[in-house]
Design a protein around this ligand. Sequence first.
Ligand code: TYD
Length: 143
Amino acid sequence: MSLIQETSLNCRADARGALVAIEGGTDVPFDIKRIYYIFGTKEDAQRGAHAHFLLRQMAICVAGSCRFTMDDGNRRQTHVLDRNTRGLLIDPMIWHEMDCFSPDCILLVLADGHYDKTDYIHDYEHFLDLAQVRIRPVHQLVA
Ligand code: TYD
């Protein structure tokens, strides 16, 4: 399965312009408990570079563009977010990095939990160890 899980958001456009509404549990597959957004990012900056134990998120580039790298400890895939009608799901235990921010980029993130620094894995080697345990078949774990 692809690490890039993108969903199309319903865009209501008329002569005045466009509107996208996102409802928890419908347009995004979880209840939304927190919203944050990232802007003014330096072009050479990298953000993210962590995974979460439990948190589920959806990232929407509401203006400009940026690049995501998603990594499950086994595979790595990159994806450019440049459409404000697309949401990228970030599942738990997916290492994610963001870079190549356009100067006008506004990255909106919806999350199913409040900010909890204990839910972060910041060390890539630690993430790889945990991810290998997770994807190894059960019979190998007990052997
Ligand atoms: P950081 O985790 O470095 O952001 P990113 O993952 O995009 O690189 O967060 C920057 C700061 O903001 C850090 O001090 C933690 C704080 N923060 C909150 O207080 N609440 C939040 O919901 C988030 C995402 C971060």
